[in-house]
Design a protein around this ligand. Structure first.
Ligand code: HPA
Ligand code: ZN
Length: 351
């Protein structure tokens, strides 16, 4: 007798070479990437040495061994500690350049990167030191690697509204270089409502707005991000799936969700990669995208995230193409630029 239960699970686990090759070749945009989360242990060590900053690890192996998390806060504690080695503009340049080289290898054509100014200013590193270094690398990346970019500054939600307003004030002389604001850090207990007035001011200044919501927080936080922050995208959004009315609303408004599969796995938002909501989201008509979040900490850059979900969920080539298309249509690029990338996707998909 044929064992159908066994054969039914097999295909999803078998590598599919043409699907894998498609992922490797498709042009993509990365919309959810914390640049500080791309700090690889090797660079962490090099910068600690360069700046004579003490770190509580004796080797790169020890650092990697510490990257075991049971929830978001576990990770954030290590993430903020890691940032302490970033001191000079050149450090931020080197960090960003290293990410861009990885992104180029993954055929990323456009990045909208987050940075956490408060993670630096609260340690005495100037807002401009971080911004200048990150931007200089992005300018070089556009010229040398063909990767266009946007810069999104995030407010740390565990800090006060007053602190967020002060951070927005620091951005005022640089509004021609900053494209949007986001909201990150410890979600539960720090609902979007806490930052409604800051986001209203950011919108008035002409900035794009996005926020982490529904990573660990309940669907109510996603409603607040929509109603009170008036976000244009939802970062993560996993828990929106618990509320059918919310799903219909997000579908109706055509909002993009920036999903981060390996992050979800490492932070125990999902039990295993097969529990990633990416396919369910697509089936529901949600504009899901694939992103790496904090790749140095979560075990992979954007293509690794694509490969992991494609295999675990047995995604079709059409679904993979859809995910790549969503990354451009959900970006802050002008429609004509997006269209150019969509045409390139079609060429790769049909070629
Ligand atoms: N969630 C919230 N805050 C963050 C994250 C995340 O995944 N990464 C960096 N800051
Ligand atoms: Zn994130």
């Amino acid at each position: 007798m044929i064992d159908r239960s066994a054969s039914a699970v097999k295909p999803a686990q078998m590598p599919n070479p043409s699907r894998a090759a498609l992922i490797d070749r498709l042009p993509k945009a990365e919309l959810h990437l914390h640049i500080e989360g791309s700090l690889e242990p090797e660079l962490l060590f090099a910068l600690a040495k360069r700046n004579a900053v003490a770190i509580p690890f004796a080797s790169v192996e020890e650092v990697r061994a510490a990257y075991s998390f049971t929830n978001l806060q576990d990770f954030l504690d290590i993430y903020y500690q890691g940032m302490s080695v970033l001191q000079t503009e050149q450090d931020f340049y080197d960090l960003t350049w290293a990410y861009l080289e990885r992104a180029a290898a993954d055929t990323v054509r456009h990045v909208e990167i987050f940075f956490d100014p408060q993670g630096h200013t609260e340690r005495g590193v100037a807002f401009e030191t971080a911004l200048n270094g990150i931007e200089r690398a992005l300018i070089d990346g556009e010229a040398q690697l063909g990767i266009s970019y946007r810069i999104i500054m995030c407010f740390l939600r565990h800090l006060s509204e007053e602190d967020a307003f002060a951070t927005l004030d620091q951005a005022l002389p640089h509004l021609d270089r900053i494209d949007g604001v986001g909201l990150d850090s410890s979600e539960v207990g720090h609902p979007p409502a806490k930052f409604a007035r800051v986001f209203a001011k950011a919108r008035k200044l002409g900035l794009h707005v996005t926020a982490h919501a529904g990573e660990e927080g309940p669907p109510e936080y996603v409603y607040e991000a929509l109603d009170l922050l008036e976000v244009e995208r939802i970062d993560h959004g996993n828990r929106a799936l618990e509320d059918a009315a919310l799903v219909s609303r997000i579908v109706g408004e055509g909002l993009t969700l920036t999903v981060c599969p390996l992050s979800n796995l490492k932070l125990c938002v999902i039990k295993d990669i097969a529990a990633s909501p990416v396919k369910r989201m697509l089936d529901l008509g949600l504009k899901a995208t694939i992103n790496s979040d904090d790749p140095a900490y979560f075990g992979g850059y954007i293509n690794a995230n694509f490969h992991a979900v494609a295999e675990a969920l047995d995604l079709t080539e059409a679904e993979i193409v859809q995910l790549a298309e969503n990354s451009f249509t959900g970006s802050f690029l002008p429609v004509l630029d997006s269209a150019r990338h969509l045409a390139e996707i079609a060429e790769v998909a049909n070629g």
